[in-house]
Design a protein around this ligand. Structure first.
Ligand code: AVJ
Length: 325
């Protein structure tokens, strides 16, 4: 078996440069802010895994149930042609597996391409999948799906781009529309888009998912300060910041912050920055928007997709939408 093809759209120096730029820009803004992606280094990913196992965090288990129960229907809805699957933000490619297996069982899995920022993780998951899907062409894309969608592989068959886990909700409104337009632009008529999205529901259920009783979300949120200490030689005291998650009913959005519990001055030596915090001052660390199905279908159609079908779980907590370019 030849080594999987790798498309490298960014490398460690690019990641380091964007880290430094985003942190400098975010911590000298008013209000201060940091990009959510910085949470996900090794420990951050481990903490996130623990977070998804908290009883309050419904997203992962709800979407897993939808994809497990609906995989055969989704594969059928894709027609009868061989399919090349590309998963954006694939991680360990656990979320898409039921669909890969349903296509492989029907002899229709032509190729699978995990797309993620971490080259090592992409290579690891390709090694794992070579055993599970020996007849599929495997390749990896190392990139940022907000910048590198023009690099999607093209085996001249029908493509399915999957974007699961509710990460779509982390885009701000304009970014979301831009992402959908860029993706539609990168696809051919007849290609497919499989989108996992968190649905509007009782705000108490949503707030609990971002404030679990065990405090794992709080630890996950504070972890971004450990990342800055480690990567930029900062001297944040993470325990002097309180995890805050607010629900904005008008925008159907969870808004996460870290609130300073005392006045502080933080030295970010690698950036030559000295940042002060007044007591109560906050760092915005990310949003997570929830969707009404009809609203999401409208957004997809406005971006040049036709939504063909969508599936949900027994509680109507999450939605998996299949749209055709
Ligand atoms: C993995 C980005 C979808 O926004 O719900 C969970 C990340 N942050 N709790 C989300 C997260 C705090 C999660 N996503």
């Amino acid at each position: 078996m030849s080594a999987p093809e790798m498309r490298i759209c960014l490398d460690e120096s690019d990641l380091d440069a964007s880290l430094r730029l985003d942190v400098r820009r975010g911590l000298t803004s008013h209000p201060k802010h940091l990009p959510m992606r910085l949470h996900y280094d090794g420990r951050g990913s481990t903490l996130f895994g623990e977070l998804t196992r908290q009883p309050e965090y419904y997203q992962t288990r709800s979407e897993r149930a939808i994809l497990h129960d609906g995989a055969a229907e989704i594969a059928d809805a894709l027609g009868t042609d061989p399919i090349s699957v590309i998963e954006l933000g694939a991680g360990r490619a656990e979320k898409i597996r039921p669909v890969l297996s349903a296509l492989a069982a029907a002899g229709r899995l032509d190729a699978f391409w995990p797309f993620d920022v971490a080259e090592g993780e992409v290579k690891d998951v390709l090694r794992e999948l070579a055993t599970a899907y020996p007849d599929a062409h495997l390749g990896g894309i190392v990139g940022d799906f907000t910048l590198h969608l023009a690099n999607l592989p093209d085996h001249h068959d029908t493509r399915l781009v999957a974007f699961l886990g509710g990460t779509f909700g982390n885009f701000a409104g304009m970014e979301r529309s831009q992402f959908l337009r860029d993706l539609r632009e990168a696809l051919r008529p007849g290609d497919w888009f499989l989108l996992g999205a968190d649905l509007v529901k009782d705000p108490d259920v949503i707030l609990a998912a971002y404030n679990d009783a065990a405090g794992v979300t709080a630890e996950f949120n504070r972890h971004i300060l450990y990342v800055l200490n480690h990567r930029l030689g900062a001297d944040f005291e993470p325990d002097s910041f309180e995890h805050i998650a607010l629900w904005d009913n008008d925008t159907a959005t969870i808004d996460m912050r870290l609130r300073a519990m005392k006045p502080m001055r933080v030295d970010l030596s690698a950036l030559g920055l000295d940042i002060s915090f007044a007591v109560g001052e906050e760092i915005h660390t990310g949003i997570s928007t929830k969707f009404m199905p009809a609203e999401l279908e409208n957004q997809l159609q406005a971006s040049g997709f036709e939504t063909t079908r969508w599936w949900t779980d027994e509680h109507d907590y999450m939605g998996v939408f299949l749209a055709r370019a």
